[in-house]
Design a protein around this ligand. Structure first.
Ligand code: MRU
Length: 347
């Protein structure tokens, strides 16, 4: 049975604490908004679709004890909760998609008693979760057609069960291929500095019995040159109207290398990751992480001189022309993206 990375259970948001993996697999209960936002910032819960689910449940968590009697007072409280959650991480569109869904659900039921609006908000958050479960499976089913038995696939970060509710986007494509009986091998980039590839993707693929080999991020070019990689597949945090795609820092490197070595490079993401209000990747806000994550977090001793300047963007943008296809829950989008993204997403 698949594990769930996030759910609403007994009056709390239940998440897997991903910072403890792979050493400890355990759940924590989040009972207040401040703890949720801290967990998001610290990447206890992470990955674009999981952040969308956290945003939905977080809004409910933040307003469930409101004593407001009329909607105008309730709305002010709701807006405060929404902007507080919105300030936790800037890049993943899904987080803002989740918040917007909750705002709209409240607005369109404003004539109803506040007590009922609260119940509607819990259902909406649960709906976001159920939709993610279904959409990841659709991505898997469209995407597995690109995967052939015997393929070796390179991936980065973690776009799997842990990054979604329970299946994954890029890794969902691989799970779906395996469910069809295809035999594959996977290389996982460690994904410096927070090691989502080493800690989470390797853990997840091991658990699923998929043949996975860990590489340091700077080894991808060599593997490609040696002909060891058939396909590259990654998830996404935000996709602009022209197809430019923000994903974990290092994804762009892989896309450039893949083009040079004539290897297909795929992005897998649900419709909720697209931001059609922005024309290109230049408009995507890129989160910067604190320097200690690069200099000491995973080391017994600091690995850089004290006080050294550090630049640590959490994401990069892969230009649309390096992406062979974007696999979504509405179908596969191929270039020219500027035309085909809208065409497929409007389905
Ligand atoms: O900083 P993270 O771990 O939240 O970054 C996650 C990624 O970059 C994932 O690849 C992306 O969110 C897609 S998850 C299905």
């Amino acid at each position: 049975m698949n594990i769930k990375s996030i759910e609403w259970r007994n009056g709390a948001i239940k998440i897997i604490d991903q910072t403890k993996l792979p050493g400890v697999f355990g759940y924590i209960d989040i009972k207040d908004l401040k703890t949720l936002c801290k967990a998001i910032k610290e990447l206890k819960v992470r990955g674009a679709p999981a952040l969308g689910a956290a945003a939905g449940l977080g809004v409910y968590l933040g307003i469930k004890d409101s004593t407001a009697k009329d909607f105008s007072v309730f709305k002010k409280e709701l807006n405060k909760v929404i902007s507080y959650i919105g300030s936790s991480r800037p890049t993943a569109k899904n987080l803002f998609y989740g918040l917007e869904r909750m705002r709209k659900a409240a607005e369109s039921n404003k004539e109803k008693p506040v007590s009922l609006v609260k119940k509607i908000l819990l259902s909406e958050a649960r709906e976001i979760i159920e939709e993610d479960r279904a959409s990841c499976r659709r991505i898997g089913s469209y995407g597995q057609k690109f995967i052939h038995s015997g393929d070796t696939i390179l991936t980065i970060c973690n776009a799997g069960i842990l990054a979604t509710v329970d299946y994954g986007t890029a890794l969902g494509v691989l799970y779906s291929a395996c469910e069809k009986g295809k035999k594959i091998k996977v290389y996982s980039c460690e994904t410096r500095p927070l090691l989502q590839g080493a800690r989470l993707t390797c853990w997840e693929l091991n658990r699923k019995g998929i043949d996975v080999t860990l590489i340091c991020d700077n080894m991808a070019a060599t593997l490609m040159r040696q002909g060891k990689i058939d396909k590259v597949i990654a998830g996404a945090d935000r996709i602009a109207a022209n197809g430019d795609t923000a994903n974990k820092i290092g994804t762009y490197n892989l896309a450039v290398l893949a083009r040079f070595h004539k290897i297909p490079f795929y992005i897998a993401a649900p419709a909720s990751t697209f931001d059609l209000r922005i024309h290109s990747g230049k408009e995507i806000p890129i989160e910067e992480r604190k320097k200690e994550e690069s200099t000491e977090l995973f080391f017994a001793k600091p690995i850089a001189p004290k006080g050294v300047k550090v630049f640590s963007p959490a994401f990069d943008v892969t230009p649309d022309n390096l992406i062979s296809a974007i696999i979504t829950d509405k179908g596969v989008i191929r270039p020219p993206y500027i035309k085909n993204i809208r065409k497929i997403l409007e389905r």
